[in-house]
Design a protein around this ligand. Structure first.
Ligand code: ATP
Ligand code: MG
Length: 354
């Protein structure tokens, strides 16, 4: 397989962890006879420094033609004083929007060897292995009007979805459920919201096209509770933008380690952007100690969801499992008795186990 991959290291630890992802992908390429060509571009603070804008034209052009984009992280204290549309984060939002990436996928997996890191009880967390799919480009975050009215004494936000926007995210969810354990939980607030009633209706319609997938409907308040009391009951969760924002952060507590979590933002044709859930970690940038596993697992997601290379993706994920079982830890996860390693050493360990 021959693929052009746009690489956006960004800021802070972004550059360090991106180096790790590239090495792992090169190793996969040579093992399986693929050819991955990396094209590096600037985004975020690094782009502000070089071009005066967080999303330069040439970066955007490159991404618009890409099969897949890998992103490290953007932002840092250096650019915190910029106005909102000139901040590093604006570059990220701009790309998601321009590329039309409407589906955000976050796998949440309680790695057996890391369970001690979660504030929740081990017996609760141990079975958790789910995929949260959040609608990313619609709903109340984007609906208009969104403003103060009545001379500042009233306020309105608008929750707006077109049928087609719900259908495409629900399709993505059913397809993803087929790649996993064929169990989908749709989360809504259908007892109160009209948008949720239409959401639920569409899920029921779509279900007929995917008879092999079992479906539950859960109200968001119940889902919030169940997520941390019975996480093993979930396989794939699909929900609208704001509910997904909240639930995916809640679910990240199950793993107890921000540095471990990957994510994907996709559209219908399989093109996607892949990035770790964590930020640029300016406090540890440049020290060579960042945890590269969230970035490496994001690269594995790219192989699975954009390139259809399931076996290669699994190989990376299994190698990460093995390395953790061997007690190798970067500083953010290390406890007494662990073997503390640098970013580069962790990367080598993963590659050795593939
Ligand atoms: P953002 O606003 O970009 O989300 P943030 O300030 O919310 O950033 P992070 O940049 O993710 O959060 O950092 C939060 C804490 O977690 C920091 O102390 C950081 O050092 C640590 N951290 C985040 N990612 C990693 C990683 N990959 N390896 C080690 N530590 C990390
Ligand atoms: Mg944050």
């Amino acid at each position: 397989m021959d693929k052009q991959i746009i690489v956006l290291p960004g800021d802070g630890i972004g550059r360090e962890i991106m180096g790790s992802a590239k090495l792992v992908l090169q190793s996969v390429a040579s093992e399986y006879g693929h050819r991955f060509v990396f094209h590096e571009h600037l985004i975020g603070g690094a782009a502000i420094d070089a071009y005066g804008t967080p999303l330069p034209e040439e970066t955007l052009d490159a991404c618009m033609q890409a099969d897949a984009v890998l992103l490290g992280a953007v932002g840092g204290p250096k650019w915190d004083q910029q106005p909102a549309d000139k901040r590093p984060e604006a570059g990220l939002l701009g790309i998601r929007k321009a590329m039309g990436l409407f589906a955000n996928l976050r796998p949440i997996k309680g790695f057996t060897s890391l369970l001690g890191a979660s504030p929740l009880k081990q017996e609760v967390v141990s079975g958790s292995d789910m995929l949260i799919i959040r609608e990313l480009t619609g709903g109340i975050y984007f609906g208009r009007p969104s403003e103060r009215t009545d001379a500042g004494n009233a306020v309105v936000d608008t929750l707006f979805y077109e049928r087609q926007e719900i259908e495409r995210i629900v399709d993505k969810a059913f397809q993803s459920a087929r790649l996993r354990n064929k169990h989908l939980t749709s989360v809504d607030k259908a007892n109160v919201l009209e948008s949720s009633r239409m959401w639920r209706e569409i899920v029921k319609e779509k279900q007929k096209e995917y008879p092999d997938v079992t479906v539950d409907h859960l109200l968001v308040d119940a889902a919030a509770m169940k997520l941390i009391t019975q996480p093993d009951q979930f396989d794939v969760i699909v929900t609208e933008n704001m509910f997904g924002d909240i639930l995916s952060d809640e679910a990240s507590v199950l793993t107890g380690s921000l540095g471990m979590l990957p994510s994907a933002s996709l559209r219908t044709d399989g093109v996607g952007m892949y990035e770790p859930v964590h930020g640029s970690a300016p406090d540890i940038a440049g020290k060579g100690i960042a945890n590269p596993l969230g970035m490496i697992l994001s690269a594995a997601m790219m192989l699975r969801y954009s390139f259809g290379l399931e076996q290669e993706a699994k190989e990376i994920e299994d190698a990460v499992d093995t390395v953790l079982e061997q007690s190798f830890r970067t500083a953010d996860l290390a406890k007494e008795g662990d073997r503390v390693v640098t970013t580069n050493e962790m990367t080598e360990r993963v590659i050795d186990n593939m």
